[in-house]
Design a protein around this ligand. Structure first.
Ligand SMILES: Cc1cc2nc3c(=O)[nH]c(=O)nc-3n(C[C@H](O)[C@H](O)[C@H](O)COP(=O)(O)OP(=O)(O)OC[C@H]3O[C@@H](n4cnc5c(N)ncnc54)[C@H](O)[C@@H]3O)c2cc1C
Length: 669
């Protein structure tokens, strides 16, 4: 990488020229850097808005899961079988499913080699357990902080290899040019807060042949969120560059604590805490779940099952399924404006109709689980302590004492299954732009727990293989770069100046819009949707984006990145809602982790009001057989397209044939 300076309209900007810029420092971006370097593509650098930020480094759960091919002695598995599991999730392309399955072992052992402590037995077998949507015990875990450990080890490797890292340099634009009718990435603009008072406002330019985009999920568009605060996402960057996204309708929502954002799966539910709600001021405490379950056995078992069945699932609401609890939490918090808490000091509180709590009323499966865990104990706290002692320490570390205070919860956004579409080498339809990790939406409607981390590792590995093999050119000459990139750089500079001119009033206006946008997304584009709600919110989203463009500002030059991020979130919000609007326009109904309220549907529970009726989508329907793509065209209009789901390829299994293709350099293409 070389550093020079260029001059545009008399203003000097720092310019870095290199082969590949990697954006972000989550598990996917870091892996891309390690892989590229390992493959000899050493002319690289990584720029992240926050070295300590992101979901991989800061999120976790009871037993954070990593999904891969089964590896324990006696397991029967194959890339094809695993691809079928991924593909069965719906709306996932088969070639991507096969690539993620086939690459899972290589990606997993790469992490093992760097010291991520995935448990194995004395003979070297890696035992697995069954996770959501998984028929074959493919899941493994390094504990509650699996992704954090991955980041730690990959970051250490990057440092050991001496890869250049810009640890606090948000990227605020991707630079593109048109080549033979195709868009191609040619660089990026970063924003260096330290230079924000200078004439160039801290704009730092990258002239590169490839950009690996590992900016994570679109966390900044939700009010109810279990993403760490440091993660906001930057989908707007790729939308502005013209990349196509797909499956934006599909996300995961689930119960999480909100004072300290943490996913309440596993033992937090298996210990069967008491759920209660209150008015906003803490008055009028109610055991709000009781009315909706036939008896205490059914209620307590549904709470227990939330441990295994963490994401809200439209298929698990009816018949007193565990997702009825999520729906009731949503009803209390979003619709009724109340607060919901988990109390680990008391068992669920029964009434005359449900009867009182007793472990003997649990389903045989739930009771035997607690028995085998030595947790047939008197209170949720005792059961939690027995099954997961570190759970209490974790909350204590955040100033929350579960033995004294109840935990406030909400139904929160956790993961975007959809994102930017990519080839089997993780190249987007903007050439040389490689979205990896959560920003790359390889998943469909349902996915096995842990497959997000696998997809991030396999995708970044394959992108690195492709770049190292096919895209290793020297960076362009600076003059050539400036000729293409100059206008966009100057536009960013003008925008930065506008943000500063608007100062305090601009910042207040921006914060108001962002808060409306997040509330609107959680209310209308979250786990519970309706055609009218989505349509209204999509229209408001464009108005908000216009307001942000017209009024966003910042008080201090060092905060310029906040305003660029606000525009990014505004655009991301609008395009997610446009995808939802198109989905309902095509007649799409409830599926995966959302329901679409529908007066013609069935009531999910006899006691719930009529407004909660919904119908389930089928895989044979139009929206089941096709994948919805969305693109922001020319920075103006939204293009929508339904494409048929690609099947899992047969693949060539004859060794001599593959060998000959391999030797003939026909594989990585
Ligand atoms: C509570 C919780 C529990 C989860 N549990 C599991 C699980 O058990 N199993 C599983 O597989 N998945 C799980 N997930 C999902 C998984 O953790 C994430 O999908 C994954 O970690 C995302 O990794 P990533 O590298 O794509 O992005 P992240 O780790 O989110 O990193 C994104 C990076 O991009 C940077 N960035 C963003 N915008 C810019 C910009 N403009 N310029 C520069 N840098 C930028 C950020 O600072 C950050 O460093 C969970 C997620 C959450 C929130």
């Amino acid at each position: 990488m070389t550093k020079t300076e260029i001059e545009l309209q008399g203003i000097k900007f720092p310019l870095y020229s290199l082969n590949t810029l990697i954006v972000g420092s989550g598990a996917a971006a870091l892996n891309a850097a390690v892989r590229l370097h390992g493959l000899g593509a050493t002319d690289i650098a990584l720029a992240t808005e926050s070295w300590e930020g992101g979901a991989s480094r800061n999120a976790g759960s009871d037993k954070q899961t990593y999904y891969k091919l089964s590896l324990y002695a006696g397991a029967i598995d194959s890339p094809r079988l695993m691809a079928e599991t991924l593909f069965r999730g719906g709306s996932m392309h088969g070639d991507i499913a096969l690539s993620e399955a086939a690459g899972s072992i290589q990606a997993f052992f790469h992490l093992v080699e760097f010291g991520v402590p995935f448990p194995h037995d004395r003979f070297g077998s890696y035992p697995g357990y069954k996770t959501d949507n998984d028929p074959r015990q493919r899941a493994t875990s390094a504990g509650p902080l699996t992704s954090h450990l991955m980041v730690e080890r990959l970051a250490a490797e990057i440092e050991r290899r001496g890869v250049t890292v810009f640890k606090a340099l948000p990227i605020i634009a991707l630079l593109t040019e048109e080549e033979n009718g195709e868009k191609c990435v040619i660089g990026a603009v970063g924003l260096d807060a330290a230079g924000a008072s200078a004439q160039h406002r801290g704009l730092t330019l990258f002239n590169c042949r490839n950009v690996v985009l590992g900016t994570g999920g679109p966390a900044g568009i939700y009010a109810a969120s279990v993403y760490p605060e440091s993660q906001t996402g930057s989908h707007g960057l790729a939308f502005e560059a013209g990349a196509t996204a797909h499956n934006l309708t599909e996300s995961h929502f689930g119960m999480a604590s909100i004072k300290f954002r943490w996913n309440l799966s596993g033992t937090y539910q298996q210990s069967i805490p008491r759920f209660f709600s209150t008015e906003a001021n803490g008055s009028d405490e109610r055991a709000f779940l009781n009315d909706f379950f036939p008896d205490m056995g059914a209620l307590a078992t549904a709470i227990f099952l939330k441990g295994y069945e963490w994401p809200f699932d439209s298929n698990k609401i009816r018949g007193g399924g565990s997702s009825l609890i999520d729906l009731l939490v949503y009803r209390e918090t979003v619709v009724r404006g109340r607060r919901v808490f988990l109390d680990f000091t008391h068992n669920p509180e029964g009434d005359r109709r449900t009867g009182s709590f007793s472990l003997d009323k649990l389903s045989p499966e739930a009771r035997s689980y607690l028995e085998r865990s030595g947790a047939l104990l008197g209170t949720p706290l005792e059961r939690l302590k027995k099954m997961n002692p570190s759970a209490l320490e974790l909350y204590a570390g955040k100033g929350i004492d579960l033995s004294r205070e109840p935990l406030e919860i909400a139904l929160c956004a956790q993961h975007s299954n959809g994102g930017f579409k990519a080839s089997i080498w993780w190249e987007s339809d903007v050439r040389r732009l490689f979205p990896v990790g959560e920003v790359c939406g390889t998943h469909g409607v349902r996915r096995p727990g842990g497959s997000a981390l696998n997809a991030g590792q396999v995708g970044s590995m394959r992108a690195a293989m492709f770049i190292a093999r096919r895209c290793g050119e020297q960076p362009r000459d600076a003059a050539e770069f400036v000729a293409s990139a100059g206008p966009r750089v100057l536009e960013r500079l003008e925008t930065a100046k506008l943000f500063l001119d608007r100062g305090d009033s601009g910042q207040r206006a921006m914060e108001r819009v962002l808060s409306e946008l997040r509330d609107g997304m959680s209310r209308y584009g979250g786990p519970v949707r309706s055609a009218g709600g989505i349509g209204g919110e999509a229209t408001r989203a464009w108005t908000r984006l216009a307001r942000l463009r017209d009024s966003a500002g910042v008080r201090r030059p060092e905060d310029l990145a906040l305003a660029f991020k606000a525009l990014d979130s505004g655009l991301t919000h609008a395009l997610y809602l446009e995808a939802m609007r198109e989905y309902v326009r095509q007649g799409g109904r409830s599926r995966g982790s959302f329901i679409i309220l529908d007066a013609g549907g069935e009531k999910p529970n006899p006691v719930l009001e009529d407004q909660w009726r919904f119908s389930l989508e089928t895989e044979e329907s139009y929206v089941g057989r096709n994948v919805l793509e969305v693109r922001y065209e020319g920075g103006k209009r939204v293009a929508r397209r339904w494409v048929e789901v690609r099947p899992i390829p047969g693949g060539e299994s004859w060794f001599e044939t593959v060998w000959s293709e391999y030797l003939g350099d026909e594989i990585i293409r």
